[in-house]
Design a protein around this ligand. Structure first.
Ligand SMILES: NC(=O)NC(NC(N)=O)C(=O)[O-]
Ligand SMILES: [Zn+2]
Ligand SMILES: [Zn+2]
Length: 403
């Protein structure tokens, strides 16, 4: 019989947050780094101690299963990687919550009719390699990462993956997992809407279209003292002008369109050398794909027009808008009403593993509020009571689907 340990979501999140934990209260846990391996090991070991069957797949996704009477799988979870200097809630909450909800269900009601699997996806953020959702893309069988993709240190995705997975297979069996019949994800909202409206929970209606690019501008590195201004081909000044023009265009389109340049690097990077190359990221989002595509077309034209430098645009992420399953959404809504919760049904501006699972199976998502709307920062915070409310509703939905 499973040993029931009374644990709260915040206790488990705090424990998980120690892997890659920073002095400022944040966490940096990039896919396949040592903190990531330790966090995945901890996640699966604690699940095994709760009577779950644990596996990893070739991508390093972690699976924690209570077998049902039949083999139909209902899965829930999120990702355990973080952005640089992120918070302890993003992703981790969905993993911890799925484990908690499933463990409580089995302790209270015994073996489920359908098999329940909690999933800890390896990578969702795209914060180490220029790829995101590599974990859920593998599980959903919608295309794996190019193995020779490099991180900022020049380490290839495949080398990092193999080393990390080798460490995990010392402890856990390696086995590819079947697609579930349905997918559920609990996540912090990462925006201000629920808090401002004063609602403890939100049901996600759809996830926005999102594209990410790497733009490379190439000029000519040269001497800072001897090269007259009019003869320079300064890649950084061209990048600065381009970024301001792109932001003007984004302002003209207006909200809810969002435009972000979060990374920039300049080569060779010396105070007395004119930059020969500037490389920066662009992240654009809107609920409608056409709006994102129009911005992209104009951006490509602006890059082509950025003489005296030359430019290239590499689109490395194109995640289509995903509409949640109407039946699962309605059911979340009626369970929330039954349990006396006020809720909002809202779209997600953040990307989620759910949009990848949505390519293959019916999906639904639930949000809890983020204090001050802050996320992707150490100040990320959700009140413990809201975390528990989310777990309770995930549990109710899983009970409905699995028992
Ligand atoms: N929930 C997230 O923070 N997701 C992030 N990551 C991806 N891959 O969308 C993002 O940037 O929105
Ligand atoms: Zn995130
Ligand atoms: Zn996330």
């Amino acid at each position: 019989m499973t040993q029931v340990v009374e644990q709260t979501a915040i206790q488990l999140l705090t424990e998980l947050g120690q892997f890659g934990g920073l002095a400022n209260g944040g966490v940096t846990r990039l896919v396949y780094d040592q903190a990531w391996v330790d966090a995945m090991t901890y996640t699966l070991k604690t699940a095994a101690a709760q009577g779950m069957q644990v596996h990893i797949d070739a991508m390093g996704n972690g699976f924690m299963t209570y077998p049902g009477v039949d083999q139909t799988v209902i899965a829930a979870g999120s990702h355990i990687d973080t952005v640089q200097q992120g918070g302890i809630y993003d992703g981790a909450y969905g993993v911890v919550a799925a484990k908690l909800a499933m463990t409580q269900l089995v302790a209270e009601f015994g073996q489920p009719k359908h098999t329940m699997t909690a999933v800890a996806f390896s990578e969702e953020e795209g914060s180490r390699f220029p790829v995101s959702f590599s974990g859920s893309r593998h599980y959903a069988q919608v295309g794996d990462v190019a193995p020779d993709l490099k991180d900022a240190q020049g380490i290839s995705f495949d080398t990092a993956r193999r080393q990390a997975v080798a460490q995990l297979t010392g402890n856990f069996p390696l086995a590819e997992q079947p697609l579930p019949k349905e997918w559920l994800e609990l996540h912090i909202e990462q925006g201000p809407v629920l808090e401002e409206a004063g609602y403890p929970l939100g049901v996600v209606s759809a996830i926005c279209e999102q594209k990410r690019f790497t733009i490379t501008l190439t000029g000519q590195a040269n001497h800072a003292g001897t090269t007259p201004q009019h003869l320079r081909r300064d890649a950084l000044k061209a990048a600065a002008r381009l970024i301001v023009q792109l932001d003007d265009l984004a302002q003209k389109i207006g909200e809810p369109f969002v435009f972000t340049v979060g990374e920039i690097s300049v080569t060779p990077g010396s105070s007395n050398v004119i930059p020969g190359q500037a490389v920066f990221s662009v992240d654009i989002r809107h609920p409608q794909k056409t709006v994102v595509d129009e911005f992209e077309a104009k951006m490509r034209q602006m890059v082509a027009d950025s003489a005296p430098v030359s430019g290239t645009v590499d689109c490395w992420m194109d995640s289509r808008p995903a509409v949640m399953d109407p039946r699962l959404v309605r059911q979340f809504e009626s369970l929330l009403t039954q349990q006396g919760y006020q809720y909002l049904t809202l779209p997600s501006g953040a990307g989620h593993d759910t949009q990848i699972m949505n390519l293959k199976v019916p999906t639904a998502m639930l949000f809890v509020p983020s204090r001050g709307g802050i996320s992707h920062a150490p100040a990320e915070y959700t009140a413990p009571a809201a975390l528990e409310a989310g777990v309770a509703m995930l549990k109710a939905q899983l009970y409905h689907e699995c028992y």
